[in-house]
Write a protein that binds this ligand. Structure first.
Ligand code: NDP
Ligand code: MG
Length: 403
């Protein structure tokens, strides 16, 4: 069964969970991967680790594979295969590599799969897991932005379960647990506003990567940190919410909430609004997905509202932060636009991190690539990857012309 919140009521009776639960983590060496493994460390006997993956960090992946006795370790970059094999010599862990290795890992039986590769690079293994009918905890929002309709369709067809891990979507998932999607009036995605919330456009124009990745509330990988600074992150999340919670695009709103305590809200048609609150710690939404449909114990800090004192809210400034508006227009346009948007943003963020373009160039480049062509809606994974490759090439061209 496809499990997003609108069908979550099908699971009122908690399923019994066999112990140990077999789990695979795609993107194990990243920020979300590390938070997931932190939770596994709290109760190691409850899990059997099937596959752990990384892209280039062979030494770090080997250390995790040893610690958790992973059955398979996969390194995306084939050039790192020997390094990983050498670091795992004498263990029972099998070493695989390359894009095919990632797909083969998705084929392995696992009760629960964390999808925490960053970017559209994670799409193919996620699609494989969904087609295999797995329970997929989804952190990788870029996959859903590029191929949302195909992913949802794959989950429906195979009976896969899709559990949202992004904190906002996990909050909405939790707020919908006692209600029905057709009784929802609106959904509000909260946004911290990122490190440049109070910066002027002139200040942002000269902002460098070090300032952009210094998020005030969350500790995350470099790409999503830059997305938070441009607020493209909230736009990508808008598209993510549109696919996961079909309440109509016009009923999904964005509200700046600098404290990041309320992670999102659901307003029902009787005007009751439900919110999910917690410390800004990704282990909390990950624990919700890891334990689902039960609750597991974590060692996360309890929410101390008396110390926090005040929760404040403000509207989004779409002049300084055009990203969410660009994303809303792209998903409204449909077709290949969201995949183009995502690819262009990935290339622009990487160029910004490499100090080849300025901070404000990111949104400008995404807009330029989107304006260049409008392919029809992708019908297959190959279509999405084709659009993705073309948009990346366009974005690179624009960046090279600037150099
Ligand atoms: P990180 O950059 O910290 O980690 C990314 C992981 O993916 C690493 O394991 C990395 O391996 C691997 N990886 C990178 N590129 C590739 C590739 N081309 N092929 C295969 N694997 C690859 O990212 P985060 O953990 O911050 O984010 C992961 C995803 O979760 C993103 O989509 C992000 O938007 C989403 N997310 C993250 C949140 C957070 O708090 N960090 C919150 C909500 C959503 P290696 O280490 O070897 O490079
Ligand atoms: Mg989020």
């Amino acid at each position: 069964m496809m499990t997003t919140t609108h069908t979550a009521l099908a699971h009122v009776a908690p399923a019994s969970i066999a112990a140990p639960r077999s789990i695979s983590i795609f993107g194990a060496t990243g920020s979300v991967g590390a938070s997931t493994l932190d939770l596994v460390r709290l109760d190691p006997g409850a899990y059997r680790v099937v596959a752990l993956t990384a892209q280039t960090q062979a030494t770090e992946l080997a250390a995790l594979a040893r610690e958790f006795s992973a059955e398979v370790a996969v390194i995306g970059d084939p050039a790192q295969h020997q390094a990983l094999a050498a670091a795992l010599a004498g263990t029972k862990t099998q070493v695989w590599s390359g894009p095919q290795g990632l797909l083969d890992a998705a084929d392995l039986d696992a009760d629960w799969t964390m999808a925490a590769i960053v970017g559209c690079a994670g799409l193919a293994p996620i699609m494989r897991s969904l087609l295999r009918g797995r329970c997929v905890a989804l952190a990788n929002k870029e996959a859903l932005v590029s191929a949302g309709a195909l992913m949802i369709e794959a989950a429906h067809t195979s009976g896969a379960t899709l559990l949202p891990v992004d904190s906002e979507h996990n909050a909405i998932f939790q707020c919908l647990a006692g209600g029905r999607i057709d009784e929802v009036e609106s959904i509000t995605l909260t946004a911290s506003g990122g490190p440049f919330r109070q910066w002027t456009l002139d200040q942002m124009r000269v902002a460098g990567p070090e300032q952009a990745v210094a998020h005030p509330n969350w500790s995350m990988g470099a790409k999503i940190s830059v997305d938070s600074a441009t607020m493209f992150n909230k736009g990508l999340e808008l598209i993510e919410a549109h696919h996961l919670f079909p309440v109509g695009l016009e009923n999904i709103r964005i509200l700046v909430h600098p404290q990041s305590v309320i992670h999102s809200m659901v307003e029902y048609r009787d005007r009751s609004t439900l919110a999910q609150l917690g410390a800004p710690d990704m282990r909390i939404p990950i624990a919700s997905a890891l334990g689902w449909p039960r609750r597991i114990v974590t060692n996360c800090a309890p929410l101390d509202l008396a110390t926090i004192g005040q929760l404040t809210f403000e509207p989004l400034d779409d002049v300084r932060f055009p990203g969410p508006g660009i994303c809303r227009a792209a998903i409204a346009a449909g077709g290949g636009a969201p995949a183009i948007l995502n690819a262009a943003n990935e290339i622009a963020v990487s160029a910004f991190l490499g100090k080849r373009i300025g901070f404000l160039d990111i949104a400008a480049i995404v807009s330029q690539v989107l304006a260049r062509y409008s392919p029809s809606a992708p019908q297959s994974l190959q279509d999405v990857l084709g659009i993705d490759a073309e948009a990346r090439a366009e974005a690179r061209c624009i960046i090279e012309a600037k150099d």
